[in-house]
Each structure stands twice: as C-alpha cells, then as structure tokens.
Design a binder for this molecule. Structure first.
Ligand SMILES: [Zn+2]
Length: 133
C-alpha cells in the first residue's frame, strides 16, 4: 500500500486483517492457503458467516467474520447457515458449527456446478491435456 492507503477505511481493513490472522489466511470453507504468495493472498475475502441482511447489528461482530477464498465466497453468497434461527453467534463452538454447515452447502454447490461431465478433477485433467498435449 502506498499513499492511497489513506483512502481506505482503517476500521474495515483492520477488522478483516484480524479475521485473516485468526484463521491463518486459510479459507474456512475449503482450506485454500492464502499465505503462500501475494497472488494467493488476494484471493482471500472476508465473509459474513450470517449474511448482513439477516445478522443486522451483529453483522460485523468478530465471530460473524470468516476468512473465505474468492471462489467459496462467490458460491456461498447469501446462504444462511442458521436457517432463519439467527440471534447472535455466542461462541467459537457455535461459529464452528455454522462454518461446518456453510462448508457442506458450498461443497454441494461446487458438486452441482461440476455434475455435468465427470466432475472438477476430470474437467481439469481434460483441459490440461488439451493445453499441454
Ligand atoms: Zn475456499
């Protein structure tokens, strides 16, 4: 960051930095390690575990902030792991249960995307064989 760092909201940047540090820059949904290179690091995003429109005043609470990779976050979108029963995430145990629920839904959505053809692994292999015959 150079001089334009002044334009960033320090509260917001510090908030997500704390989240990334707490999770060791690992996506909590798929295990992607965003700490290896700057290119990996920029794949990390902050996810509101309970979507903002549902969490309301608790949206920015530390336990509602989760480190996610771009791909997982784009699939999760407004998925509510509390299924409409949200009040406030009280502790890390409940947070882990909610993350686990969201992880399953994200995995289901990934599987759904790649159900045509033979799945992600096979699709990747097919592309690489064409790219580097
Ligand atoms: Zn991920």
């Amino acid at each position: 960051m150079e001089a334009d760092g002044e334009d960033l909201d320090p509260q917001l940047v510090r908030g997500w930095s704390d989240t990334f540090l707490e999770h060791h820059c690992i996506c909590q949904y798929c295990g992607f390690d965003g700490s290896r290179t700057p290119e990996d690091w920029v794949q990390l995003q902050g996810d509101h575990l309970i979507p903002r429109n549902i969490a309301g005043e608790h949206a920015e609470a530390p336990l509602n902030r989760v480190t996610s990779c771009y791909y997982c976050n784009s699939l999760k979108r407004r998925y509510d792991p509390a299924h409409g029963h949200f009040t406030k995430i009280p502790n890390h145990k409940v947070q882990r249960e909610l993350i686990q629920d969201a992880r399953k839904e994200i995995q289901r959505r990934k599987a759904d995307i790649w159900k045509y053809g033979s799945g992600l692994e096979q699709s990747y292999k097919f592309m690489m064989q064409r790219l580097r015959p």
